[in-house]
Design a protein around this ligand. Structure first.
Ligand code: ZN
Length: 246
């Protein structure tokens, strides 16, 4: 089965649409590693889409925050302002949907979905050391995670730990065939708010039979989303950062 793997959509409709266009015809199911909402200007549109299109999804920390399950003291001022704005905009039925999202890790067709780490939804796995420290807690096989908004991955097999090479900023796609004996931790990147210096929306395609992973990027209308963010009265920095992918 071929899966479209997405994460950290953050209410960015234009980025999501571009990803769906770019991935069209290459997958049968869609799964998400959390953070449907927060930061962006289209929370209801993105959650409405998620409710009718996602085959599996776990909650992220912003999903928890935007449906009242999180103490916002832990959020930085910009994230808190965007969360309060989002809570005011979300329809009640979408708030209820977010409240019922499961926490990861969630098993799907032999692989797992995680938001932060297998131990803590809010933990950031950024460096090789971060990842190496939690490999003992991962289920064998393939896990996908998000939260860092950094596309990439790590693998461990036969005593060797490997950092998967990142996607070159001048290319739109990088392909791996994962070792069936390895434990792999793959981040598809953020669709709605990339932070690795590449503003293009990120996603991955995963074939659960062949273990092929394709990590991809696609441009979208960054300015349109930025204008919506400013018109909505969300912090301007949330629009500006989309243009640079930081
Ligand atoms: Zn996020």
């Amino acid at each position: 089965m071929r899966y479209l793997i997405i994460s950290d959509l953050h209410s960015n409709w234009e980025a999501l649409e571009a990803v769906l266009d770019a991935a069209n015809g290459r997958y049968e199911r869609i799964v998400c590693c959390g953070d449907l909402v927060g930061y962006g200007p289209d929370p209801n549109r993105v959650v409405d889409w998620a409710r009718s299109h996602l085959d599996a999804v776990i909650r992220g920390n912003h999903d928890r925050g935007c449906c009242g399950l999180e103490d916002l003291e832990w959020f930085n001022p910009v994230a808190r302002a965007a969360t309060i704005w989002t809570m005011g905009k979300l329809r009640q039925d979408n708030i209820e949907y977010l409240r019922k999202l499961p926490a990861g890790p969630l098993r799907v067709d032999g692989f797992h979905l995680i938001h932060g780490s297998p131990l803590d939804e809010d933990e950031y796995l950024i460096t090789a050391t971060d990842a190496r420290n939690i490999f003992d807690y991962l289920e064998e096989g393939v896990s996908f995670f998000g939260h860092t908004h950094l596309q990439g991955g790590f693998a461990y097999a036969d005593g060797y730990f490997q950092v998967l090479p990142p996607l070159d900023p001048f290319r739109g796609e990088i392909d791996y065939r994962l070792d069936p004996g390895a434990t792999c931790l793959i981040n598809p990147g953020s669709t709605g708010q990339p932070r690795d210096g590449d503003p293009r929306a990120a996603f991955a395609i995963f074939d659960s039979d062949t273990l092929e992973v394709s990590q991809r990027r696609v441009t979208y209308d960054y300015e349109a989303t930025r204008h919506k963010i400013e018109a909505a009265g969300l912090p301007d920095v949330l629009g500006a950062r989309l243009l640079v992918g930081r």
